[in-house]
Design a protein around this ligand. Sequence first.
Ligand code: C5P
Length: 293
Amino acid sequence: MTAAARARAPAKVNLRLRVLGRRPDGYHDLDTLFQAIDLADEVVVELRSEGIDLDVQGADLGPVADNLAYRAATRLAACSGYEGGIAVSLTKRIPAGAGLGGGSSDAAAVLRCLSWLLDIPEQDRRVRETAEQLGSDVPFFLSGSALARGRGRGEILEPMKPLPIADLVLISPPVHISTAEAYAALSDARHGRSAAPGRSAPSPCSWDDVAAQAVNDFQPIVSSAHREVGVALDALEARGARFALMSGSGSSVFGLFGSRAETERVAAELTARLTWPCRAVRTLTDMPAAEAR
Ligand code: C5P
């Protein structure tokens, strides 16, 4: 048996995010489009004789026991009956608390590596249930599709044919947003009522379709609480983005441009002007697989 595996853990943006009604279990039903991008963390998982450990490079993420990558390893070990040890190394590049799904993607990459090492199929019920229990975005990162529609609380996925690779400028203002607090604020603003039922958007076949459907129900509320979000959206629009949108519950925002040369120029200009991380990124057409280290 190979003793170590690695996987890239890509970030996502939501190309569309409608928050529907609040459910009896406290979660909200969603209608969203997840798109994976080429900004990624690196995950290495190694089997060893005993103990489960997590080493994080590149960010201070707080207590290990709360980390989704660590919890992914302990839960899958427990439900698969694996009694040996596991060392997880995480190299962070995706900003945390930024609406980019970094923690969820790290957890999915750990599940992918560990199931590969333990010879459990990724579609095994134990792996899928562990993913759902860890968080609403984790199943997308495990789904194998770089573009998928998410419903339910995000875990009911409809894989979609990838769109042509697109160039985005991604801005991460220095604002950390708690997902649970963003949902609570949205629910308060709606006085507990469900969103007005919008027309269910057809699946996009082109970036023009995506631009025509681009909406994020958190955006008005988060940008009025954090002016940096509005500043970043305005900056992208002023530089000619075909559309600009917040991702997830924020605070990252992204804009669609026509070429790599344009995103590199705009990202450099905005990094200098705003002094926040502004990156030229590209959409992915395939999800990275686990491989031997
Ligand atoms: O699933 P996850 O742990 O990422 O969700 C964090 C919090 O966000 C949940 O505890 C819940 O308050 C809120 N949430 C929600 N509806 C969703 C996803 C998350 O209300 N579909």
